[in-house]
Write a protein that binds this ligand. Structure first.
Ligand code: NAP
Length: 483
């Protein structure tokens, strides 16, 4: 395994547009280590003109890439998968350094993120349409799928690799070119990926990465350029809404993977130990900084005390510390803003009457640390029940009937994922169908799977990533009428 310094010195820090290039004027911005608050390195700070250079490159090779045999595209994707897996330790350390999460979490993300290249290498060869005789008998209908064209992907910091690969894999498999604008907090992982893609044989211009500290200004000229055909975004609902408005200008195809506020519902017939294990995963995966993180725990009053005690005992085992220390199981939050938000939401709940069962106070000092926290008896009025906490905090509230539990779970503007624990099959089916979310985990605390369609409803957005559905987001349907 390379040292942190060697790794940082070897990672590209220029923009990637047909290869490494400087930003206009040579501007750069710092990338910070959340474990220390110190800068790790500097990366190129793209100007709007650089974004247009990337679009020029994407447009120049779009037709050729679309015409490349699906099998050839598939083999390049598969070669990228192999290279990511070979460099698991480098990607893991890099993500831990720029994003903060514990090394084991980063390794899990490398496996998950790489898988989108393998899955979509397999899907590239299965893009199909149909041929049918018109019901009137007067002609034939041919349905043909074609790549939508040059795409822009804007990604968040919480999964620096996987939120990119979930978009790049299907786009390239479908025959689209893509420009990625990663989060300014975590640009290094995407730059390393771009280099690996080039090494794996991806032609120049098919994938560009533009890192920038002023994302609105740098993406604006792309969204108003008629050559761009699709915008795919993962991030907050607030920014997603702005981008949907901007994308109306060019009537772009859009996919929006937005915020979540996942309920975790434990019924009286649940296996409480299994529910606690699931709760640990649903809450602490990625340090709680996941759109799929359970945001609130609705527990039937007859098992609430048992569930809470066991959940507290499990949380006591969590070791908070620098992500790069192999003994840490919980790393720091991404930045001071996030630490302030988590602190504020906990303080608000406590001021309104919630009881802190464990954690509840940042240790202070260097880095953006917040401990694993459980709040019980959280009152309805607490903001934490409505807002995405994006940290290792679990608020618990009780309910008495199935109807009450379901209604409380659905009482949110968001609808990404919901979790439910019950041993009753009829109830499981009723609840799965009644939950207003794009995804449901029954007796499961982690649901993400590259082979399954990931996405939300309501304020959590639209579009699906992964599964058979994921590639459709990058294909348009053409109907050809024949005599
Ligand atoms: P964010 O603030 O919305 O930022 C996401 C991306 O958008 C970043 O690259 C950001 O760039 C960029 N951006 C911000 N303002 C922009 C603008 N005006 N124009 C163009 N781009 C802009 O979200 P975040 O804090 O990085 O990520 C956390 C959020 O993502 C949470 O709400 C989480 O639930 C959501 N998320 C959803 C999913 C899902 O699949 N549904 C998955 C992961 C995360 P900068 O970094 O430069 O600000």
């Amino acid at each position: 395994m390379v040292s942190e310094r060697e790794l940082l010195e070897s990672v590209p820090t220029q923009l990637w547009i047909g290869g490494p290039v400087d930003a206009t004027g040579g501007a750069t911005f710092p990338v910070e280590n959340p474990a220390t608050g110190e800068p790790l390195t500097h990366v190129a700070d793209a100007a709007p003109a650089d974004a247009l250079r990337a679009l020029d490159a994407a447009v120049a090779v779009q037709d050729e890439w679309a015409a490349t045999a699906a099998r050839e595209r598939a083999e390049i994707l598969r070669a990228v998968y192999d290279r990511i897996v070979e460099r698991t330790e480098d990607f893991a350390l890099l993500m831990t350094l720029e994003m903060g999460k514990a090394l084991q979490e980063s390794r899990n993300e490398v496996r998950y993120g790489a898988e989108f290249f393998r899955w979509f290498s397999e899907e590239a060869a299965r893009i199909h349409g149909r041929y049918q005789t018109a019901p009137t008998g007067t002609g034939r209908i041919v349905v043909h799928k074609q790549p939508v064209g040059p795409c822009l992907a804007i990604t968040p910091w919480n999964f620096p690799l996987a939120m990119g690969t979930r978009k790049i894999g299907p786009a390239l498999a479908a025959g689209c070119t893509m420009i990625v604008k990663p989060a300014s907090a975590t640009p290094l992982t995407m730059l390393l990926l771009a280099r690996l893609c080039a090494e794996a044989g991806l032609p120049e211009g098919v994938l560009s990465v533009i890192t920038s500290s002023h994302s609105g200004a740098v993406t604006e000229p792309l969204l108003t350029d008629p050559r761009l055909r699709k915008l795919t975004f993962t991030g907050s609902t607030e920014v997603g809404k702005t981008l949907v408005e901007k994308s109306a200008h060019g009537l772009l195809r859009t996919s929006m993977e937005l915020g979540g506020n996942a309920p975790f519902v434990v019924f009286e017939d649940a296996d409480v130990d299994a529910a606690v294990s699931g709760a640990m995963l649903a809450k602490l995966r990625n340090g709680g900084e996941a759109c799929t993180a359970a945001n609130r725990f609705h527990v039937h009053n007859s098992v609430r005390a048992e569930f809470t005690d066991k959940f507290v005992a499990a949380m006591q085992e969590v070791k908070l510390g620098p992500g790069s220390d192999p003994s840490s199981t919980l790393g720091p939050l991404i930045n001071q803003d996030q630490l302030d938000t988590v602190t504020e939401l906990v303080d608000d709940a406590v001021a309104k009457g919630a009881e802190v069962r464990i954690g509840g106070k940042a240790p202070g000092g260097q880095g953006y640390y917040y401990p694993a926290t459980i709040l019980s008896d959280v009152p309805e009025a607490a903001r934490i029940l409505r807002e995405e906490v994006f940290g290792p905090v679990a608020p618990i509230i009780g309910f008495d009937t199935e109807e009450e539990g379901l209604a409380a779970a659905n009482d949110t503007e968001f609808g990404l994922v919901a979790y439910a624990y019950t041993r009753d099959l009829d109830r499981a089916l009723r609840i799965a169908e009644g939950l207003e979310s794009g995804m449901v985990g029954i007796n499961r605390g982690v649901i993400s799977d590259p082979a399954a369609p990931f996405g939300g409803v309501k304020a959590s957005g639209f579009g699906r990533e992964g599964g058979f559905e994921g590639i459709d987001e990058y294909l348009s349907t053409k109907y050809i009428a024949l005599p």
